[in-house]
Design a protein around this ligand. Sequence first.
Ligand SMILES: NC(=O)c1ccc[n+]([C@@H]2O[C@H](COP(=O)([O-])OP(=O)(O)OC[C@H]3O[C@@H](n4cnc5c(N)ncnc54)[C@H](OP(=O)(O)O)[C@@H]3O)[C@@H](O)[C@H]2O)c1
Length: 286
Amino acid sequence: MTLLLTGATGKTGRYIAQSLSDRGVHARVLIRDPAAAAWVRELGMEPVIADMADASTLGAALAGVEQALLLAANSPGQVPMEKGFIDAAVASGVRRIVKYSAISAGGDEDYRFARWHGEAERHLFASGLDWSVVRPGYFMQNFLMSADSIRAEGRFYLPACDEPVSLVDVRDAADVTVACLLDRAQDGRIRTVTGAESLTMHEVAARMTRALGRNIAYVPLPAQDFIAAMTGAGAPDWLAGGMVEFFAGASRGTRDHLSGCVQRLLGREPIGLDRFLADHAGAFTP
Ligand SMILES: NC(=O)c1ccc[n+]([C@@H]2O[C@H](COP(=O)([O-])OP(=O)(O)OC[C@H]3O[C@@H](n4cnc5c(N)ncnc54)[C@H](OP(=O)(O)O)[C@@H]3O)[C@@H](O)[C@H]2O)c1
């Protein structure tokens, strides 16, 4: 059986690929940049160059594949890209897709990334393929996007929100995804992945202060100021807008859900924020 991984060069995908390699599972790995091929070969896996946004490039990647992981970055073209990948998979005889999605997809979908994932999920459910869906919560690794201001000023800037948000380390989301890839008992199951606690951003700042040994503050920004700051720093409009929508939902108290999925499925505690901070202290330290 050939397993195809997508998104393997990203934050979660690199852990998924490493974990499968550690277990001796062979996979074909779809990459866009040929420079990633050496790393894929080091994992004992087979690189294939393709672009998920262009279905005409997917033939060699999907040939002979029985199961695929569909993991793609957010982008305004994400829905047609993921739908195109699912259609190409069906046409090429793939039997099962594990889709990496996001919390609130298929639920209230009150931010654009959840809506995009929800639409792609519904396409997958209607495709006739076997499927399993992983819906992670807010990544702890997102705080690395604020590493520059944390190092330089001891502050991180996010949209104003006083309510708690459930956080997850991408390593836990990766382990749940691996479990879904390796276990057909996960067919037809949707796995919402969170850590063990929900924290306000002020509580996150207090944890950072303790872990890093210097004062770190959360600066809550009004939506327009956050968008102006992010786009001023070169981020696209749609990304800043999506983050504002996510935190607006959090302000309504909708992001503190704890799923218990890591304990139930993996039989261990999720990675906590303190461990995340210890593991990444170098990135936050001047
Ligand atoms: N951030 C959060 O808090 C959060 C929470 C829940 C769910 N999510 C979901 O997580 C997903 C992103 O996961 P991540 O952060 O682990 O990934 P990531 O670091 O953003 O990396 C994205 C991966 O997708 C690949 N990719 C993007 N466009 C592609 C294309 N056209 N063809 C082939 N490969 C392509 C990238 O390859 P290249 O190396 O070639 O760019 C990379 O390997 C998103 O769908 C997001 O909605 C995020």
